[in-house]
Design a protein around this ligand. Structure first.
Ligand code: AMP
Ligand code: ZN
Ligand code: FE
Ligand code: FE
Length: 292
């Protein structure tokens, strides 16, 4: 069994449509894949059709932009009712923040003598519901300003770089609660990833577990062997599910190929059992696993 619980499509900052991501996962021999676009569930319907056609198991999910103690934290939510009003409203605020940030970034770039218009970004972003810095990066690549997304982030778009602009993110604790109320389960994405330099302490994680967090993404490309070992120990200690995933972005992120990290079947079974409990408790109409 090969299980990959974190992938992105063009609906956010991946480079392929949802159906292509699912078909590729099936063609590469994965048994289970989760689509987890940033801050939106807009890719679910297309992914569901592709999964039903290819015979791969699909977990419908998303990766929510949150903040905790002043730091950005990505929260994976699996199988929540996407119509639960507090979830819809929470995501809308994040998407509004994304949309208002793009013109602000372009203003900074203009001050640096780099002329990119909102339309240029819209064009590369296509029909993405969650547009972001990766799309600005793509527009910069198109203009020949930088080689690739990586260079755009390193030189211009990352915190501390001249075109960085802050955006709104939802409070982490509130989002963990909302995902649970929506009948889903919440897993911390890459808790010690390179975008959280101060990391999250074992005490922080224990506190979040008390508040309903059910899992930690342990095996992720941002984590070295020592981090994976320590995070696995923390998860086991707290009774949290351990996941492993690629964080696939198509051509948008190097070294994140589908299935490069995977989740153990026993851990996946636990995650799905917890999702069933949450769904029953919530009384909401939650999505089922799409199974062959
Ligand atoms: P945003 O969501 O607009 O704040 O942009 C953050 C997203 O950009 C992250 O979720 C990553 O998927 C992507 N990202 C961050 N750093 C890099 C990088 N150095 N190269 C490519 N993509 C990146
Ligand atoms: Zn991304
Ligand atoms: Fe992330
Ligand atoms: Fe991601």
């Amino acid at each position: 069994m090969r299980i990959d619980l974190h992938t992105h499509s063009r609906v956010s900052d991946g480079t392929q449509p949802p159906d292509e991501v699912i078909r590729l996962a099936a063609a590469q021999g994965l048994d289970v894949v989760a689509l987890t676009d940033h801050d939106t569930t807009d890719g679910w319907a297309e992914a569901t059709r592709a999964a039903a056609e290819t015979g791969i198991t699909l977990v419908r999910g998303l990766e929510i932009s949150t903040k905790h103690n002043g730091q950005g934290v990505h929260l994976l939510g699996y199988l929540p009712d996407p119509t639960y009003p507090p979830l819809v409203e929470g995501l809308q605020k994040v998407l509004d923040g994304r949309n208002s940030r793009i013109p602000a970034i372009l203003e900074r770039l203009n001050e640096l003598g780099i002329a990119i218009r909102v339309d240029d970004v819209r064009q590369v972003a296509g029909d993405a519901a969650a547009a972001g810095r990766p799309h600005v990066a793509d527009a910069l690549v198109d203009r020949g300003v930088v080689r690739d997304r990586e260079q755009a982030f390193d030189e211009l778009l990352s915190p501390g770089r001249p075109a960085y602009v802050h955006r709104y993110a939802a409070p982490l604790v509130e989002m963990i609660r909302i995902v649970g109320e929506a009948g889903g389960v919440a897993v911390l994405a890459h808790p010690w990833g390179r975008h959280a330099p101060a990391g999250m302490s074992p005490e922080d994680i224990a506190g979040l577990a008390e508040l309903g967090l059910v899992g930690l993404e342990v095996d992720h490309q941002d984590h070295d062997a020592a981090s994976r070992r320590d995070l696995a120990a923390i998860a086991d200690d707290l009774g949290l599910v351990r996941t492993g995933s690629s964080d696939y972005h198509g051509a948008g992120k190097k070294n994140h190929e589908l299935g490069c990290n995977t989740t153990e079947p026993e851990q996946f079974e636990r995650l799905i059992a917890l999702a069933s409990d949450a769904a029953a408790r919530s009384g909401r109409r939650t999505p089922e696993l799409v199974v062959p």
